[in-house]
Design a protein around this ligand. Structure first.
Ligand code: TXE
Length: 494
């Protein structure tokens, strides 16, 4: 049998094993079999990585680098990414089961994140202040925070790294990235491009391993100024608690239970495609998954015919095949959790219209059929909790006010979809829905220019867009006394 590929970590510009030389297996969800080994980081490795990032932050090779030059570096990284889309797509598909067609499309677009932030490099500027004191010249400038920690989940390892990495670096920070133990390989492959682009050693460090082993030492480390986290609620609570130790600033991008609302005047075909994109794209393992579908009762039957007839034709298969439309879920744990939710949905009296089980023709690997539940009321666990799998809950409504209330009756606040041809209604609802992202007549659209993030149990902070760069900086205010006159009374404020 062929030996499994082995990945080391990347600390201070060097590839390194963990301090105790341990590796763990990473699985291919399409086969359920291990396909590579990844270095199992320890607290000592965290210490090495954070110290390397801290040193690099003060080292002149990075600290004195002009913003323009940092922009060139980031652009170069974007170019290298463009040249390596095919290979990186394959690594991510093998490691987390995401469709190769989606990965190629995603990674073909991803260089835009680097180009966008590279373009902002020389616009990270301060202001002169119209100060109300005589003989004082006062200005502010934006400076980097220091060492940033990025913690990413398994569902979109590269994208969710890029959206943190690009603004953090362009602002002049250094970074330690901890990818998910379930999907570290694509980032480690991408790290070879970071190396090639020529970032000084220690500016980007990757520590791999289990969150339970190294998460605390990473997020509570006194040298860490900011933690950018995407993942689950339980981990987020832990990170918030740890921030009481080092007062690290946080951005938390957690899950959702996002509503997709279809009105009777909508283009039903597009709305059905948007519904499928929302809940069955990425096998439903998306923070913005449109897992609650609210259908106006006038078009309920017509819409369901369109939806169901397309979902029945969805091709479940090997994610490496270009024609597969649903691949496996990323972990066995996640698959079993989805199965438990389906059981609960049935126990609660939901009507299972489609799916609800592992597909018979895919015996190997962690596959699950696209699943649709119909509910007459918006209550019960599966209409409230994030399932993070291909499970859709459908509910009818008849009035605008009613659906706003239903859509907002969730502990989450990440995303929402509205399908209507009434432009006024589109605007009205966008305002009233409690969600950080609202899509009208589209779903799952992304861009580096448009921030993402949520409220309530979906977390806080935004990623992407201009403000994201500002989040990776802090303002410094500088006062210059332009007068040479003798100082007056030193015991009063000036
Ligand atoms: O996330 P975890 P899990 C949701 C989704 C899913 C649930 C749990 O509902 O079912 O969260 O997923 C690292 N300190 N989302 O358990 O554990 C971990 O190693 C520091 C939504 O996989 O939070 C990984 O790198 N870090 C979400 C990262 O946190 C720790 C995407 C995420 O893993 C840690 C994923 C600790 N104590 C899950 N423990 C989205 N917003 O897209 C773990 N980690």
């Amino acid at each position: 049998m062929e030996a499994l590929k082995k990945y080391d970590m990347y600390i201070n510009g060097e590839w390194t094993a963990s301090s105790d030389g341990q590796y763990f297996e990473s699985f291919n969800p399409a086969t359920g079999q291990p396909w590579c080994y990844v270095a199992q980081g320890t607290s000592e490795d965290v210490e090495r990585a954070v110290k390397a990032a801290d040193n690099a932050f003060y080292n002149k090779d990075w600290a004195d680098m002009t913003y323009t030059k940092r922009g060139h570096l980031l652009r170069k990284l974007g170019d290298l990414l463009s040249e390596n889309v095919e290979e990186l797509a394959e690594f991510e598909t093998r490691d987390n089961g995401k469709l190769i067609r989606e990965m190629k499309a995603q990674l073909t677009y991803m260089p835009e994140f680097f180009y966008y932030y590279a373009g902002l490099a020389d616009k990270i500027q301060g202001e002169t202040l119209p100060i109300d004191k005589k003989d004082m010249f006062v200005f502010s400038e934006r400076e980097p925070l220091g060492v940033v920690v990025a913690i990413t989940p398994w569902n979109s390892p590269l994208y969710l790294t890029f959206i943190k990495l690009a603004p953090a670096l362009i602002a002049g920070n250094t970074i330690v990235i901890k990818p998910s133990e379930h999907s570290s390989a694509s980032l480690l492959e991408f790290t070879k491009l970071i190396e090639k682009a020529g970032f000084p050693p220690g500016v980007v460090n990757i520590v791999t391993g289990f969150g339970a082993d190294i998460g605390d030492s990473l997020t509570s480390h006194p040298f860490v100024s900011r933690v950018a986290f995407t993942g689950g609620e339980k981990t987020a609570r832990n990170i918030v608690r740890n921030s009481a130790e080092n007062f690290a600033q946080l951005s938390l991008e957690l899950g959702g239970k996002s509503p997709n609302i279809v009105f009777d005047d909508a283009n039903l075909y597009n709305a059905a495609m948007g519904t499928i994109a929302g809940i069955f794209g990425a096998t439903g393992q998306s923070c913005v998954a449109g897992s609650r579908l609210f259908l106006h009762q006038k078009i309920y039957d017509e819409f369901m015919d369109i939806l169901v007839s397309r979902v029945e034709k969805i091709k479940i298969g090997d994610p490496m095949s270009a024609d597969s439309e649903i691949g496996p879920v990323a972990t066995l744990n996640q698959l079993e959790s989805i199965e438990r939710y389906v059981e609960t949905g049935l126990d609660e009296g939901g009507k299972l219209l489609l799916g609800g089980k592992r597909p018979e023709h895919m015996k190997e690997g962690w596959y699950f059929e696209p699943t649709i539940f119909e509910h007459t009321e918006h209550n019960g666990c599966i209409t409230k909790e994030e399932i993070f799998g291909p499970v859709l809950s459908v509910m009818p409504f008849s009035e605008e006010e009613e659906v706003i209330k239903l859509a907002n009756s969730t502990d989450y606040g990440l995303a929402a979809g509205i399908w209507t041809n009434d432009i006024g209604r589109g605007h009205r609802l966008s305002k009233r829905l409690r969600a950080g992202i609202v899509w009208v007549n589209t779903y799952r659209s992304i861009s580096p220019i448009a921030p993402i993030g949520g409220s309530k149990l979906s977390g806080y902070g935004r990623e992407g867009g201009l403000e994201s760069v500002h989040d990776y900086t802090q303002k410094k205010t500088v006062w210059i006394n332009t007068s040479s006159a003798p100082m007056s009374d030193p015991f009063i404020i000036r």
